[in-house]
Design a protein around this ligand. Sequence first.
Ligand code: GRF
Length: 208
Amino acid sequence: MLRVLVMVSGGGTNLQAILDAVSTQKITNTEIVGVISNNKNAYALERAKAFKIPTSCISPKDFDSREAFYENLLEAVDTYNPDLIVLAGFLVVIPKAMIQKYRNCIINIHPSLIPAFSGKGFYGLKVHEEALNRGVKVVGATVHFVDEGTDTGSILLQKAVEVHPNDTPETLQKRVMKNAEWEILPEAIDLIANGKVKIEKGHTIITE
Ligand code: GRF
């Protein structure tokens, strides 16, 4: 049984997609052992509580330094003894010590087809604003493993979504979440939970 810890900062719609997928067996061989948020007001925490999943809130505001926050964050992660850590809209930079300790065991959902519209500063609505400014016809989402860079780890799954002529950043974000993110993030967890993912020479290989 894969022990999965989900890390959140906001509304938690990706967390909800994961919880629903576990309930309906779209994700098998998996237990969501906990949810950690850096934001005590994150609605994602309510979603976890509704599923009786243990939660922790580790807020940078509660610590005198970034280092102290990072130390406590990693300690909190370790208490859940996770096999896989899923960043589902987690807006905090992951400490290097955590990436090293959980090498190839942390995945992230990014709301673009990496490498497009990714890297420092590309998160939330900005990703979709830039896509519309550039006039791209296709956008999408990516699940990738987390390394020391920003959105630079090996890509596991991607799903494309068409841009509509009258799209706004908000309508585009919603369609990318609904038609791409909420599908490929649960799928990625199920693949990992069932031993179908390996990483060779920095690239992921999915074995059916
Ligand atoms: C999503 O758009 C995801 O792509 C990005 O952060 C947002 C999280 O949304 N990483 P939610 O908290 O899962 O609703």
